[in-house]
Design a protein around this ligand. Structure first.
Ligand code: FMN
Length: 305
């Protein structure tokens, strides 16, 4: 079969590839971009950045598990001002569209960060409504009113497409999705990490300094896939980036069939920074075996009304 067309779109946002590098898992993007063929990716998402610098949590902040990992970093970041100083000169020469990721303690803080990200030249803004590692923070994703408040603040502040990143622990993921969509989100990212725990038997205490952390990797896939499926079934018009446990080409097909128009891979990059080439090669092999020439023909194929 002639080579397949993997291009896709999230509303008006065109992607040359369905594969996005997930926030926080490719460092500050530019170092990673120097080491692998980023032209294979549709976009790379920078680590979430807040209005002021955040220290994050003390170590230990990472814990491996048999089916993925836990992180409790707490969004350590230099604050938007230093982020812009460091990233702006590099953004346009990385060979991959960069999406910024905003995090804050309130809606106006998200707006401040989003505006700076837009001025710096990112291609889209994700709002991280779902970080599980903020001791004093709000899990915006859990409350549709908060989702609406943050997303409408950001969409009224920037012209760029805005993506809302939700938590797989959200009690009513469809209600949160509707709130984001009605507030003007251009797409959803489903999902961030899930709450998880690892214990140190010697110390008789949690491994992570923060106790509960964010679980990611292959074990997250069925949970995030369920979120994509439920939202796509309720709201087929909302563009979705599926995210959680993607490490093979087959995983991409599952997410697309569940209703995602693109996917973001995270944890796989920590062990295999150049994973994109392998994953997309596998995707093409799978599509050829299926006799499918356009990936986007499969979007929502498994979604039953
Ligand atoms: C070490 C680490 C750091 C992360 N940092 C962020 C972050 O800053 N902002 C964000 O929205 N998600 C962050 N995430 C979540 C990922 O972007 C992704 O949503 C999650 O890991 C699920 O995908 P995966 O199973 O492919 O890793 C982080 C994940 C990991 C493992």
């Amino acid at each position: 079969m002639a080579s397949q067309d993997l291009s896709t779109s999230l509303g008006a946002l065109e992607l040359r590839s369905p594969l996005v590098a997930a926030s926080g898992t490719v460092g500050s993007v530019w170092e990673w971009a120097e080491t692998c063929d980023v032209s294979l990716y549709g976009a790379a998402v920078a680590k979430s950045v807040s209005p002021e610098p955040w220290e994050g949590r003390p170590p230990p902040r990472l814990a491996p598990t048999s089916t993925g990992m836990l992180n409790g970093i707490g969004i350590q970041n230099p604050g938007i001002s230093r982020w812009v100083d460091e990233m702006q000169p590099r953004l346009r020469s990385l060979g991959v569209p960069v999406w910024g990721s905003a995090v804050a303690h309130d809606a106006s803080g998200f707006g401040v960060v989003a505006k700076e990200l837009e001025s710096a030249g990112v291609a889209a803004v994700e709002v991280n409504l779902s970080c599980p590692n903020l001791d004093d923070g709000v899990m915006f994703s859990f409350d549709p009113n908060l989702v609406s408040s943050v997303v409408s603040t950001v969409t009224s502040t920037v012209e760029l497409p805005v993506g809302a990143k939700l938590s797989p622990n959200t009690p009513d993921i469809v209600a949160a999705a509707i709130a984001a969509w009605e507030a003007g989100a251009a797409f959803l990212v489903l999902t961030n990490t899930a709450f998880g725990l690892a214990l140190d038997l010697e110390k008789r205490s949690p491994v992570l300094s923060g106790g509960v952390g964010g679980y990611s990797g292959p074990g997250l896939k069925p949970i995030s896939l369920r979120c994509v499926y439920e939202v796509a079934r309720a709201l087929p018009e909302i563009p979705i980036v599926g995210c959680g446990g993607i490490s093979t080409g087959r995983d991409i097909i599952e997410y697309v069939m569940a209703g995602a128009s693109a996917v973001a891979a995270g944890t796989v990059h920590l062990a295999e920074p150049r994973a994109g080439k392998r994953i997309l090669g596998e995707l093409k092999t799978e599509l050829a075996a299926m006799g499918v020439s356009r990936l986007d023909a499969l979007i929502g194929a498994a979604v039953k009304p």
